[in-house]
Design a protein around this ligand. Structure first.
Ligand code: ZN
Length: 405
């Protein structure tokens, strides 16, 4: 064969003209398209069905992968792991067994990373390009399921299937030639840094209160739970105040208003009530009653985050104030929203350790296996097992399309 062809190898025998000129034209989605360079005969082959596992890596892991790829600095003592996990993850992604989802939490953090464009490209190219529903939307989704149960006097049921929150292309074969869109979000970096600073100050203040009161795990858990209703009511009142009296010097503040989330929930709840024929004037009263429903504490994201905060408080009271840092809230949010849906979470060592403490270990229930730099060997074993379980058929197609061996 000489010269340029649209088709690429491996070339097989064409059933129409008999030459060994049947190559790959394209692959992706559910189809492999082959075409003969000689007679242009085209065949479309349906690719085997997939059931990819969701492995959520925190920002730290993506940065590490980025550094392996770009020969940057690797975390001390974990250099060998970094290289090994890079190879194994890439292989599992190309074998179509795994995707490494990205979320709004990554995107916020990526923006403050030194090369945000490249790191974003990495989620898309390396991770299989599946995004998860925004963490706030996941919370809202669960809240609304509980609201429906409350208004219908039914038992709350929240589906924790990954397809509830992952985009629908998760089980597609990756395109054989990946063209990523490079978007630059760095203009948001200052704002994100400022917000994180503010939230961090509020957390430090909370930590001082815990120390002062010598709060116990049970105290903090109970106060987290019983604060759900009042906090929502207060947030809604604050939002209402802000939109009723906007600051004329800062009209954009409305958009950034911390109340946006509570307003969205309120609106959704109004729709739910409307569907149930509840009169408009009666809706705010019903919503307030729902916000004070004691079963709020069973909503997965509320339950997990409350337990984590109680565990953090216990450490703080024991003198470990350092645990409250800039990354803590994002870690808690990542775990409390995504742990029930994904197959595995690779997170910060500190939060992984908290999840292993009692009563969290026995009382919290979520799908994800938890990994961190404290158990790197277990994570490599986990990935190797997934690699081994790949069917021969999928392996053959992956070799043909992506050049895995
Ligand atoms: Zn042919």
């Amino acid at each position: 064969m000489s010269g340029f062809t649209w088709e690429r190898g491996p070339f097989t025998r064409c059933a129409k003209c008999g030459q060994t000129t049947m190559g790959i034209l394209s692959a992706g989605g559910q189809l492999l398209t082959k075409r003969c360079t000689n007679c242009r005969a085209t065949v479309q082959i349906p690719l085997p069905e997939l059931d990819k596992k969701a492995i959520y890596l925190d920002q730290f892991m993506f940065s590490m992968i980025y550094n392996v790829k770009n020969e940057g600095n690797l975390p001390k003592g974990h250099e060998a792991f970094a290289k090994e996990v890079y190879t194994l993850l890439r292989r599992c992604v190309l074998l179509q067994q795994v995707f490494l989802p990205h979320s709004n939490i990554h995107h916020d953090e990526t923006t403050v990373f030194h090369s945000p464009i490249d790191l974003r490209g990495l989620y898309q190219f390396f991770g299989g390009d599946v995004s998860l529903m925004d963490s706030r939307d996941v919370e809202l989704l669960q809240d609304i399921r509980f609201a429906k149960a409350y208004f219908d006097a039914a038992e709350p049921a929240v589906s924790l299937d990954i397809d509830e929150i992952a985009d629908s292309r998760r089980n597609e074969w990756l395109p054989d030639m990946h063209v990523g869109v490079r978007a630059d979000y760095s203009q948001f970096a200052d704002h994100i840094r400022a917000v994180r600073g503010e939230v961090h100050d509020a957390m430090k203040h909370l930590a001082d209160t815990w120390i002062e009161r010598k709060a116990t795990f049970a105290d903090v858990l109970e106060s987290e739970f019983s604060a759900i209703g009042p906090t929502k009511k207060q947030a809604f009142a604050k939002w209402f105040e802000e939109v009723s009296n906007p600051d004329p010097n800062d009209p954009l503040a409305l958009l950034e208003s911390s109340g946006r989330q509570i307003y969205r929930e309120y609106r959704e709840l109004c729709h739910v009530l409307e569907d149930r024929g509840v009169d408009e004037n009666q809706q705010p009263i019903e919503i307030r009653k729902f916000w004070h429903w004691e079963r709020h504490r069973e909503i997965p994201h509320q339950r997990i985050s409350s337990y984590l905060f109680a565990a953090v408080a216990r450490r703080v009271v024991m003198g470990e104030k350092k645990i409250v840092d800039r990354g803590l809230l994002n870690d808690v949010r990542t775990i409390s929203t995504y742990a029930p849906y994904v197959n595995a979470l690779f997170i910060d060592k500190r939060c992984a350790a908290l999840l292993k403490e009692e009563p969290l270990a026995t009382e919290l229930d979520y799908k994800a296996r938890i990994f961190s730099l404290a158990d790197t060997d277990e994570f490599l074993d986990y990935l190797s097992e997934i690699e081994r379980q790949t069917s021969d058929e999928v392996r053959e197609y992956a070799a043909m399309i992506y050049g895995t061996d």
